[in-house]
Design a protein around this ligand. Structure first.
Ligand SMILES: [Zn+2]
Length: 401
C-alpha cells in the first residue's frame, strides 16, 4: 500500500471524485468512513486523502489572511486544489508518513512489549515497498495502548498544519472501550482533528460510530484494472497478470499477494494433477497426492490455489464452448487447449466438476488431509473412470485413518 496522491488511485473513480470534491470544497465532516471489499484501495485512499488535507498549497494552507507586512504568498504554479501537490514540505513529509499531524493506526498482532518494534517495522516496510500489502493474523487488533496515547495527543493543537488527520485502517478491529473513546473524540474533535476510518466489515463498527461518519463507498476493482496494474507497476507478464486478476475477485491486494507464486506453472501443475485420474491410474494419482502432505500449511495453501486455478480453467471452458472470443479468456495463453477441450465437455459436466472442486475447497477448510482431498477431488472430477466406485459426496466429512 504505497503513500500516493488521490490522482494516483486506480479503478475507483466515484470514490476519488467524491474525496477530491471534499478537499476542494474546504468544508469537512469530523469523520469519514471508507468502506467496501478488502483489497480495493480504501487504505491507500485514506492516506492519499490525508495527504491532500495536509498539503500546504491546498487544503492544508493556513486559514488566516496574510498580515499587511507579510511577504506576498509564493506563486504556487498549478498546484491542484483538490489533491496533494506532491512537492511542498508537508507533502514530502506525508509521503513517508513523517508528518507530525498525520496519525496512522493499523491492526497489529504479537506481544505488547514488542509493539513499538512491530509498528516501526511495518511502517518501514510500507515506506520501502511501493507494492506493500497489509496482511494480518486473525487476532490482530488496533491496540489499546496506541489508541490511548493518540487520544491524549488530540487534546493539543496540531503541530504544523491547520488540522490533524487520524487515519485508522481496518477500524473494525477494536475493542468496545476503544470505540467509546473514539466516539467521544469524533463527537468533540477538539482543535481541528479529522478522522478517516477504513473498513471492509463496516457492520462490525458500532452503529453510533457509523452514523457519525460520512460514508464513502469503494467497489471491487475490474479484472482489467488489476491486470493493468500488475503489468505496469509490478512487472508481471501479461499472461500471468490475466490469471491473477481473474483469481483475485476484484482485490488488488490479493492479486499482489499471489504474484510470487508463478501462476502459470501452478495452473499447469493443477491441470496435470487430473491426468492420472482421467487415465484411470489410481496409483499414480495417489503418489501425486502424497506430495501435498510434505509442506503442511504451505502445502494446503498451494493446494487451495491450484484448485482455484482448476476452477478458472473450467469457467474458461464454459466461455470457450459458448462462443467467447479469446480476449475474454483468463487462460488465453493456452487458448488452443481450451478450444479443443471445450468441444468435448458440456455445461452440465462443467457444473458437476465445479461442484466437486468447491467441495474440495471446503474440505481443505474443514481440515481434511491434503492427500485425501486431492485424491478424492480428482477421482470425482474424472468421473467413474477410476473404477473405484463412488467417492463420498461430502469430502468435508472428516476422514480418520
Ligand atoms: Zn503539497
Amino acid at each position: 500500500m504505497p503513500i500516493v496522491r488521490l490522482a494516483d488511485l486506480i479503478g475507483q473513480p466515484a470514490a476519488v471524485e467524491f474525496l477530491r470534491g471534499v478537499v476542494a470544497g474546504g468544508r469537512f465532516a469530523n469523520a469519514y468512513l471508507l468502506h467496501g471489499p478488502a483489497g480495493v484501495g480504501k487504505g491507500t485512499a485514506a492516506l492519499a486523502f490525508a495527504r491532500a488535507l495536509l498539503c500546504e498549497r491546498g487544503a492544508g494552507a493556513p486559514a488566516a489572511a496574510p498580515g499587511l507586512f507579510d511577504p506576498p504568498a509564493p506563486v504556487t504554479g498549478a498546484a491542484p486544489l483538490d489533491d496533494a501537490c506532491g512537492t511542498c514540505a508537508a507533502c514530502s513529509k506525508t509521503a513517508t508518513l513523517q508528518h507530525p499531524d498525520l496519525k496512522f493506526l493499523f491492526p497489529v498482532s504479537g506481544e505488547e512489549k514488542e509493539l513499538e518494534g512491530t509498528v516501526a517495522e511495518t511502517i518501514a516496510a510500507l515506506r520501502r515497498d511501493p507494492l506493500f500489502v497489509f496482511a494480518y493474523e486473525k487476532a490482530a487488533s488496533i491496540r489499546l495502548s496506541l489508541t490511548r496515547e493518540l487520544i491524549r495527543e488530540l487534546a493539543f493543537q496540531p503541530f504544523e498544519a491547520a488540522r490533524r488527520v487520524v487515519v485508522v485502517r481496518d477500524a473494525d478491529r477494536m475493542r468496545e472501550d476503544q470505540y467509546s473513546a473514539l466516539l467521544k473524540s469524533i463527537e468533540e474533535p477538539g482543535p481541528s482533528t479529522l478522522w478517516v476510518l477504513s473498513s471492509s466489515r463496516p457492520h462490525r463498527l458500532p452503529a453510533t460510530i457509523r452514523s457519525r461518519c460520512q460514508r464513502v463507498r469503494f467497489a471491487p476493482l475490474s479484472e482489467a484494472a488489476i491486470a493493468a496494474f500488475l503489468e505496469e507497476r509490478a512487472g508481471v507478464k501479461p499472461a500471468a497478470a490475466r490469471l491473477l486478476a481473474a483469481l483475485s475477485s476484484g482485490s488488488l491486494a490479493r492479486a499482489l499477494t499471489l504474484r510470487d507464486a508463478e501462476p502459470l506453472e501452478l495452473r499447469d501443475e493443477a491441470l496435470a494433477l487430473l491426468e492420472p485420474a482421467l487415465r484411470g491410474d489410481a496409483q499414480k494419482l495417489w503418489q501425486e497426492s502424497q506430495r501435498f502432505m510434505k509442506y503442511g500449511r504451505t502445502g494446503r495453501e498451494t493446494l487451495r490455489r491450484m484448485i482455484e486455478f482448476h476452477e478458472l480453467w473450467l469457467r474458461d471452458l464454459l466461455r470457450a464452448r459458448y462462443g467467447a472470443p479469446g480476449a475474454q479468456l483468463a487462460n488465453r495463453d493456452r487458448e488452443q487447449d481450451l478450444r479443443r477441450q471445450a468441444l468435448q465437455i458440456d455445461a452440465h459436466e462443467i457444473r458437476r466438476r465445479l461442484t466437486v472442486l468447491e467441495e474440495a475447497l471446503r474440505s481443505i477448510d474443514g481440515n481434511v488431509t491434503a492427500d485425501m482431498t486431492v485424491f478424492s477431488a480428482m477421482a470425482r472430477v474424472a468421473g467413474a473412470r477410476l473404477g473405484e466406485g463412488e467417492w463420498p459426496p461430502h469430502p468435508a466429512g472428516r476422514w480418520d485413518y
